[in-house]
Design a binder for this molecule. Sequence first.
Ligand SMILES: [Mn+2]
Length: 239
Amino acid sequence: MNVRIAAFSDTHGNLPALDAVLEDMSRQGPFDHVLMAGDLVEGGPHPAETMATIRALNCPVVLGNTDSYLTAGPDIGMSDDERASSGWTAERIGPDGLAYLRSLPRQYHLPGPAGGILMVHANPDNLEDHIHPDEDARALEERLSGVQAGVLVFGHLHIAYQRRLGPLLLVDVASVGFPRDGDHRAVWAEIYHDDMGWHARHHRVVYDMEAVAVTLEQCGMPNGKKRAKVLRQARYKHK
Ligand SMILES: [Mn+2]
């Protein structure tokens, strides 16, 4: 059975990046399904517009950690950076936007060949712990032993990769809005099934990142300057 899916994640309120990804998807399409793995609005300059665009897709969306911070209020898992901007973001998406985030499930299973696709934000157990690309295979197999699917799709780490773990294909679709793998381009993943099984391919899309960084500095978001730095850096800082 041949199936084609387009998956994206971690838009974090970066509308120009999302628009570029959706344009690229429609060029590469058609797809049978579109999937979104959470962290929709927090940390970028266009939370309301980004959410409206995602909602208009009418596609399955799962809850991300920063989505849950917005609805649950300050959380112990929140970074100082996220705490500073979450009030500003919540104000922009309003009660209706918060209600939408509250309605999101933590997992979504798309039925399909070889068990189909399981989508989560960070991992199947919680919204915080990363699945790193170099995690020990045996430990990871044990961690993911409950997964009954052919593909596990997630985001959260903001580093695009795929990995085979026995019969399971792991696809970190990474981040549309704030990549952290050193590549400034927005990213999404095509996931498809053919006679040979499940496969994935990441697509990188150029957009005007610098314009978004300048908007972040000027939009009045607390910590906007710091978020602009994160966007321009596109890497985890190792101190
Ligand atoms: Mn996240």
